[in-house]
Design a protein around this ligand. Structure first.
Ligand SMILES: N[C@@H](CCC(=O)N[C@@H](CS)C(=O)NCC(=O)O)C(=O)O
Length: 210
């Protein structure tokens, strides 16, 4: 088996984190190659691997898979025994809906509170559109936990692609010291206790790329 994940800085690259967590969920062995973002040669180096000029990209024996969502779906299909999506048809549909919503939305949250795993400081003022995104994230988490969270502390009980997708949001809420309702605060704690997230987080804290 030969899987190689091309990622950006662990400190900043939220989309790379999602793909890495998906790989961790799959249990498959893989190697990773990190390309430093925001450098003069970043685009040229990414384009050696990726037609989009973006990371993450997963190199497989058959060819590249790019975009975090496609990587998650590929791994879910290739390693069905790992149950990357929750069991249950509607649980899977809800998990896919929340991942799709994150993939195509939450622009204000991503713009005003960019992921920075070394940060531990509130914003002087959180803009209204970012606050609306934060409220929506908390509502989504509460809905998933309420409906499907009985078997464990993750969004759908056991860790799934939904958690891979929302781990960077949890990290933002903690690192920008956002006040949260109880369910959301408990979920952020769950993400930080997740060994797969901790491995990435600890590596990000040690990163010397700036
Ligand atoms: N929709 C893509 C987004 C990928 C993306 O925006 N990646 C950023 C890093 S987190 C990137 O590659 N930036 C490099 C650049 O724009 O130079 C996905 O889900 O993978």
């Amino acid at each position: 088996m030969s899987l190689n994940l091309i990622i950006g800085n662990k400190r900043y690259s939220s989309w790379s984190l999602r793909a890495a967590l998906a790989l961790e969920l799959s249990g498959a062995p893989y190697t990773e190659q990190l390309i430093a973002l925001d450098r003069a040669d970043t685009q040229a180096r990414i384009r050696e691997h990726s037609p989009t000029g973006k990371v993450p990209l997963l190199k497989t024996e058959e060819g590249p898979v790019w975009d975090s969502l496609a990587i998650g779906e590929y791994l879910a299909e290739r390693f069905p025994e790992a149950h990357l999506w929750p069991r249950g048809q509607y649980a899977r549909a809800l998990a896919r809906s929340v991942c799709a919503e994150m993939h195509s939305g939450f622009v204000a949250l991503r713009t005003h509170l960019p992921m920075d795993l070394k940060r531990d400081q509130a914003l002087a003022e959180v803009p209204d559109d970012a606050l609306a995104d934060i409220r929506r994230v908390c509502a989504l988490w509460a809905e998933c936990r309420e409906r499907f969270g009985q078997d464990g502390p993750f969004l759908f009980g056991h860790a799934s692609l939904a958690d891979a997708y929302f781990a960077p949001a949890a990290a933002r809420l903690r690192s920008y010291q956002v006040d949260l309702p109880e369910v959301a605060a408990a979920y952020v704690a769950t993400v930080y206790q997740w060994p797969a997230f901790q491995r990435w987080y600890q590596a990000a804290l040690k990163e010397q790329l700036g």
